[in-house]
Design a protein around this ligand. Structure first.
Ligand SMILES: *Cc1c(COP(=O)(O)O)cnc(C)c1O
Length: 407
């Protein structure tokens, strides 16, 4: 099998594109034509491959879906307008009133907010410390259908017990959803830990340039959908490995309509070609910055899985190619957070992550503000905690910038 980047760069072309294009073109047509009425009916009945309507399928989006399946070593991918649309739609399609979900407590802020909305709608959620499989197991009830985790958590960089939870879910017939956004399929493939479904926010590392929103769910083929009670009769045909992703596409994407636009899919596809190159540079920069900050006397603590004192350093080393490009740190009490942030000149004061540019944000006052002080305290988020999404700049310029910002 060809290498990771070779496969991404050649995937479109090998599928055979009109005019021998090497990029899949941007298809903007919402509707599609057919040879005759019988073909139209066959495509709509799923008896013949083809395109029905732009909300459910688009050739440019489909080319990106195929590329993500290759990157994740999965069976099939469905793309969405954002990462949140991917998570929300999958939950909507697979869960019903009365079901229970066990989720990592160390969670992307909007995912946390989304799960609280599901709780109001009757899908109960328990938040646990997913760095321990015992904590997950202790929260499982007879109504639990699904376990949701992130690979490296935002913003404190806890590394989930990915392998152990995968084994537990396999033994207990639970859907195991792994959000791979923080690592991307270049650093880690959740296929290796028996994930059922993999989530990627394409907005982040896969797209990589902060110029397009997108999300994806990939079916890995490990879960026995044949024994899952919530699959509708209509989707219980053909290979049972595909029933879950089919239902996500039909009851989720088609009915909810959170579709990815072809233009965005094109941006993301082009961005994905350099995922490995960008990640290598970003992770090297992050490791260097983390070590620099850790040695700095005006920094109280640094959270980065590539530092040996990180509680899951060993696990991160075993699971991931590198320790990622997100780090966070607490300033020493003598440093004023607002002054420090205001003095940054190269590093941009902004949210988002996975951009080529280095971005820094004081999380307690922004993306985790709505959560309230109690939940923040339970997640270990101090007021002086700054999250840094490390970019591809020349590392010396990042260090100089931080150095001058300390004043
Ligand atoms: C950003 C992010 C999401 C949501 O993605 P959007 O494309 O912004 O909707 C989900 N999970 C993680 C871990 C993220 O970082």
């Amino acid at each position: 099998m060809k290498g990771f980047t070779t496969q991404i760069v050649h995937n479109d072309r090998l599928a055979g594109i009109e005019h021998g294009s090497v990029h899949k073109p941007i298809h903007t047509s919402v509707a599609f034509g057919y040879e005759d009425t019988r073909e139209l009916a066959a495509v709509f009945q799923g008896k013949k491959p083809g395109f029905t309507y732009g909300r459910q399928i688009n050739p440019t989006v489909e080319a990106l879906e195929n590329k993500i399946s290759v990157m994740e070593n999965g069976l099939r991918t469905v793309c969405f307008g954002t990462g949140m649309a991917a998570i929300g739609t999958a939950f909507f399609a697979l869960l019903r009133h009365g079901d229970h979900v066990v989720s990592s407590a160390f969670l992307f802020g909007n995912t946390n907010s989304l799960f609280n909305s599901f709780a109001v709608q009757g899908v109960d959620v328990s938040f646990v410390d997913a760095t321990s499989v015992e904590a997950v197991a202790a929260a499982v009830t007879p109504k639990t259908r699904l376990v949701f985790v992130e690979t490296i958590a935002n913003p404190r960089t806890q590394v989930t017990a990915l392998k152990e939870i995968g084994e537990y879910c396999a033994q207990h017939g639970l859907i195991y959803v792994v959000d791979n956004t923080m690592t991307s399929p270049y650093l880690f493939q959740p296929a290796k830990v028996q994930a059922s479904l993999v989530v990627n926010s394409l907005t982040k590392y896969i797209g990589g340039h902060g110029n397009a929103l997108g999300g994806a769910i990939t079916e890995m083929g490990h879960f026995d959908w044949g024994s899952y009670a919530h699959i509708y009769e209509d989707y219980r045909s053909g290979n049972p490995q595909m029933w879950g992703i089919t239902q996500i596409k039909k009851k989720g994407l088609r009915d909810f309509g959170a579709s990815l636009a072809a233009e965005a899919a094109h941006h993301i596809s082009v961005g994905a070609e350099t995922l490995a190159l960008r990640m290598e540079r970003q992770c090297t920069n992050a490791q260097t910055l983390a070590e620099y900050l850790y040695a700095h006397d005006q920094v109280r603590e640094v959270f980065y899985p590539g530092l040996p004192h990180h509680p899951q350093y060993q696990r991160s080393t075993e699971l991931f190619k590198h320790a990622g490009a997100i780090l966070s740190f607490e300033l020493a009490p003598s440093v004023d957070l607002w002054d420090f942030m205001d003095r940054l000149q190269v590093i941009i004061r902004s949210t988002n992550l996975g951009d080529n540019r280095t971005l820094a944000i004081p999380v307690a006052h922004t993306i985790y503000y709505e959560m309230g002080p109690e939940r923040r305290a339970s997640m270990g988020i101090e007021d002086s905690l700054i999250r840094v999404s490390v970019g591809i700049e020349d590392c010396g310029d990042l260090i100089d910038d931080i150095n001058q910002a300390f004043g």
